[in-house]
Design a binder for this molecule. Sequence first.
Ligand SMILES: *Cc1c(COP(=O)(O)O)cnc(C)c1O
Length: 362
Amino acid sequence: MKIPFNVLDRQFFKYQDEYEKKAIEVLRSGWYVLGKEVSEFEKEFAEYTESKYAIGVDNGLNALVLTFRALEIGDGDEVLVQGNTYIASVMGISMNGATPVFIEPDQHYNMDIDRIEEKINSKTKAILVTHLYGQASNMDKIVDLCKKYDLYLVEDCAQSHGANFNSKRTGSFGIGCFSFYPSKNLGCFGDGGAITTSDEKIAQRLKTLRNYGSEKRYHNEVVGYNSRLDEIQAGLLRVKLSHLDELTNEREDIANKYLDSIDNPKIKLPKLLEKATNVWHLFVVEVEDRENFQKYMNEMEIGTVIHYPIPPHLSEAYKYLGYKKGDFPITEKYAETIISLPLYIGMTDEEIEYVIKAVNSY
Ligand SMILES: *Cc1c(COP(=O)(O)O)cnc(C)c1O
């Protein structure tokens, strides 16, 4: 049996009629960018994420870039971010001229709450938490630290649509930055993103920034961007959002089968955090001899991917920050041992069983 790492067409076929009906409706409407579908989606997504406002944008990276710009965080400022996040989180900070300051992750791959305070100084303006792989970060202390030091809280929710901490949605603790890239839990059929906030002023600023700095057409208040969400994507996102809980349950079922049945001392399974939910964007395990394991999985025709092999501080892009190997040992250790197993919508019981058997026979 051949099992790719990810399969995206099955989640389309699952609700094919609804998607096709919506796409045709938008095509025939004569209105294609920032219209009724976008504003309806924004209302529905704000409600889903328990925020007052959602602002649709063109992708997850620009959700972050616009957010730090709206907060006026730039040259000379520092933002704390976990060292093992996807590099786009870091780019959202540095593209505004601010400096990313890395924090080591905890055993759940999220920001280690006991290593934050030591990195806060007078230049620190915000904490950016990524709810990595779909599990909500440990938020209580982070929220407290933001209050104590008067810092903005920004959440990279590109992998955590619908995940909760303390029964509260990720993206509602601070300003939430979402991606709707096709492979994300709430993926569209192209690029898309959104920002959630309950602060009216910030919401207003973001709406202006995404559209050349103008709220009213041809009245440009600031130099802005073109970071708009289009109508087709918003329409299709509305369809998917109406099924998101169902889709999340399906991911959870697969993850639970893996957790219950993978039993191999060489494979370290993901740990669940008390009070947090996990929407299983990725199912990440740790394997000491990863290269060998990946080779074996390839031979079994099972696709695996490493999220992510090079941590941002060791990437070519961030060479200028002057870090070297050994500076963030926990981050680096994860980069050397983690590997993601296939987990996708429409995965059959047979496929799940095949992966479990293969992993257990390694
Ligand atoms: C996907 C992703 C992004 C970037 O989103 P795009 O829509 O691809 O620009 C940012 N942060 C994290 C954690 C991601 O997984």
